[in-house]
Design a protein around this ligand. Sequence first.
Ligand code: V1S
Ligand code: CA
Ligand code: ZN
Length: 392
Amino acid sequence: TYNITRPKGYNVSFHTNPEMEKHHFGQTHPMKPWRLTLTKSLVTSYGMSFAMDNYVARAATYEELNMFHSNDYLDYLGTAPAEDTPRDVDTDKEVKYNLGGSDCPLFYGLYDYCSMSAGGSLDAARKICAKQSDIAVSWGGGLHHAKRSEASGFCYINDIVLAILQLLRCFPRVLYIDIDVHHGDGVEEAFFSTDRVMTVSFHKYQPEVFFPGTGGLEDNGPKSEHNPGAHHAINVPLNDGITDEQYEWLFQSIIGQVNERFRPSAIALQCGADSLAGDRLGRFNLQVQGHAACVNFCKKLGIPMIIFGGGGYTPRNVARAWAFETAIAIDCQDKIDPVIPMHTPWRDHFHHETLFPTLEQILGEPRANKNTQKRLQDMVQHVTEQLRFVNF
Ligand code: V1S
Ligand code: CA
Ligand code: ZN
């Protein structure tokens, strides 16, 4: 049995909507909302729910989505089929909004799915603003590619931008950190012209080959003469095969410096789990421990924080990472047994019965590491130089 108690001196809230889990992007599509079911299953079976405030968030309203997204885009998104009935298709609009292709299909209940994802993240932001939570968790959010009037890379509504806009009502500066294997382009772009939000994305970078193709080291926000947001975007472009040890070093060196220069009053951390080894789309060698070390580092800064989900295409590994990161949020990571509890629903999905499979168990042969220590050091140096332009 587990004796998971509430963390002393601070509050964690957990924001979900089980209705989200029932949606399907299509048979061959990598995004499986069911991974949220598997995550919740681990969180519950370890007894973590007793240590948090649990909320089923209401879906975000049209007016709430409209704080970032345009009316014309939301109106078309609202025409996505609510049930299996014929509808009018406007091909021009689908091209314009990037809807209906293989990445961003128009599936049944799409609008509900999007508004539930955004509802959870907005609820998390409100709890942080009201000082009722110190860490708020929204695993159904983290959809960082969505633009004001365009869907992109499995993302239709940018719940992160909406949540940060909410945080900006009560905090002077927000630091956005993104450890998804893809570049957090939608969030970066949304805050390109403000010095109240600093964005930092770590990602695989191989333009022309790897989605979305943006986020080079030198891309630090438009450097026009009067743009206060210049130098407030940091990009950490990586190659295949990065290890826990390298990633932890890089993350701590960069986020440590960013924290000192920018002095954020709140943190928004996107925890995309496609940066884990063995991901269907990702190419890194990260283990649950290395991924979760980023969450632990941010938590120890003692700044109010929202943690979001994001990518993650091997559901058992997504669930392992997000459950362990929930444990870090409530400070019970040292109390939980690596052996997955016997009463966990769908326990047979977790091969090797452990929260922390070895690289060999995950991959057989680890992926070749194409990141040299020299290159990583040069990137830290570049960030140090960028940060000279940043003053709080
Ligand atoms: N990588 C990749 C990938 N795989 C797919 C895909 C595969 C099967 C399907 F049935 C449908 C789509 N699409 C992509 C990428 C988009 C990745 C989005 C990541 C999202 C996130 O994790 O960061 C946050 C939730 N799209 C592309 O590479 C674009 C194409 C250029 C190639 C693939 N085809 C299907 C579309 C065009
Ligand atoms: Ca990223
Ligand atoms: Zn991703």
